[in-house]
Ligand binder design. Structure first.
Ligand SMILES: [Zn+2]
Length: 449
């Protein structure tokens, strides 16, 4: 403690919370349990029999019959007694799956003399590695839970982003790095229904409108183009396909690969597989068997880029509001977007047809002030437009322009300075906003609980 050293502390049981060595020590301590369980009857998967799944300190025993599970539990009981460990009966649950398992009972675990050691409740929902599995309609619970969190998460995003010097950048970072990944967690394996994807898509559009400060009538594809975002649907499909590609390249001995081969044999209906097939149908076939790891990933990425850029092109042709939009590829985001002033809002509105569809680089008319024959609308809005005149007098923008004038910078350099905005100093804050998201998210969760 501080400069002083404490005496040695005896630790004869358990591992230190949060220590990097703990998982390895725990695994070594538990290995023998795995060996013993492997001699019991697990669930059948192709050639393999799986008696248990271990992940960090989480353990699932799997059996096809009640007697099978009983044998495993007794084996676990003996192991635990031998090693001076304890079963946490509060956290231990049994879930039956399949036909005729609608009744839930309580299991009583006894020692070899028949004395009760503890009781285990049966349940119809079990959370495994952060995904709630239900007995029937397996993933329904998981998604219902996710969707329930949406309003609270979006509300928190707005509050957190507003409290930073760069609301737009912070909002963008929080959505991309914290909120959306949490909503799409498990998308590789969980069959997301069309309705769920739509709901998340609508949420994404809402967040985009809030960041850009534009109205409800702005086309969603335009919002994504301005921010360099993709559709949720495409992202989910990409995750599914990438996971599929990874699975097909696994050696046959791996359980996940065995599961895949069972599905391919067509033994049972699998919603996940039909979704993978549909997703694969949306982009050109990728995999030539045996391609190296890096290769197929790049190939996949290129195919998505091609697909999404051509989708954007089609949108521009289809939607008269977007016809004149200067952007060719949805993947690059223009710097102007991140300026936290009326400037960028006016520009975004112009670009997305909020002032009507007459403006375009070739037509060169500024709707807000009415001036015609403008070559570069960005330059006009930032340096010349009457309607944004006030912007040029006040706050950080005013200071930047004054400073540029004092240094006698060219118009082009002044423009560059303005586009860089005030964000330079704020990037560090930004990283902090994202890294503290989980904490504030949990805080709020416990407050509402
Ligand atoms: Zn103007």
């Amino acid at each position: 403690m501080g400069q002083d050293q404490t005496d040695w502390i005896d630790c004869s049981r358990g591992v230190k919370q949060g220590c990097v060595l703990s998982p390895a020590l725990f695994a070594i301590y538990m290995t023998d349990l795995g060996h013993r369980l492997s001699r019991t009857e697990g669930i059948k998967l192709g050639e393999a029999s799986i008696p248990a799944l271990f992940f960090a300190d989480d353990m699932v025993l799997t059996a096809e019959t009640e007697d099978g599970l009983k044998t495993q539990l007794e084996l676990l009981r003996d192991f635990v007694t031998e090693r001076r460990l304890e079963i946490n009966f509060q956290k231990t649950k049994i879930m039956k799956m399949g036909k005729n398992c609608n009744e839930e009972k309580t299991w009583i675990l006894t020692d070899s003399q028949g004395k009760e050691v503890g009781r285990i409740e049966e349940t119809n929902v079990y959370e495994y590695l952060g995904i709630k599995l239900g007995r029937s309609r397996t993933f329904q619970q998981h998604m219902a839970n996710k969707l329930k969190q949406i309003p609270r998460k979006v509300g928190l995003l707005k509050v957190k982003a507003r409290n930073t010097p760069s609301r737009k950048r912070a909002g963008n970072a929080l959505w991309m790095q914290a909120v959306k990944p949490a909503l799409l967690y498990g998308a590789e394996v969980v069959p997301f229904s069309k309705a769920w994807i739509k709901k998340i898509e609508r949420t994404q559009n809402k967040v985009a409108r809030w960041i850009l400060g534009v109205g409800k009538s702005t086309p969603a594809s335009g919002l994504r183009a301005e921010l360099g975002w993709r559709t949720v649907e495409n992202e989910v499909n990409e995750k599914k396909i990438a996971y599929w590609e990874r699975l097909t390249r696994l050696p046959d001995v791996r359980w996940t690969k065995q599961a895949l081969m069972e599905i391919l044999k067509g033994e049972y209906v699998c919603e996940w597989y039909s979704q993978v097939l549909r997703a694969r149908g949306k982009i050109a076939a990728i995999a030539t068997e045996g391609t190296t790891t890096g290769n197929w990933k790049n190939k996949l990425k290129q195919q998505w880029r091609k697909k999404e850029n051509s989708e954007w092109k089609q949108e521009k042709e289809r939607n008269h509001l977007l016809k004149a939009h200067p952007k060719e590829s949805i993947y690059d985001t223009e710097d102007y977007v991140w300026i936290d002033t009326q400037y960028s809002r006016t520009l975004t509105k112009l670009r997305l047809g909020d002032y009507g569809d007459k403006w375009g680089p070739e037509k060169g008319k500024c709707k807000p002030c009415g001036k015609e024959g403008i070559a570069d609308m960005r330059e006009h809005i930032l340096l010349d437009c009457d309607k944004t005149d006030r912007e040029r007098q006040i706050g950080e923008v005013g200071k930047t322009i004054d400073e540029c004038n004092r240094l006698q910078l060219t118009r082009q350099d002044t423009l560059t300075e303005l586009l860089a905005g005030t964000s330079k100093d704020h990037r560090k804050d930004l990283a902090k906003v994202v890294t503290t998201w989980e904490d504030s998210n949990k805080e709020q969760e416990s407050e509402t609980a």
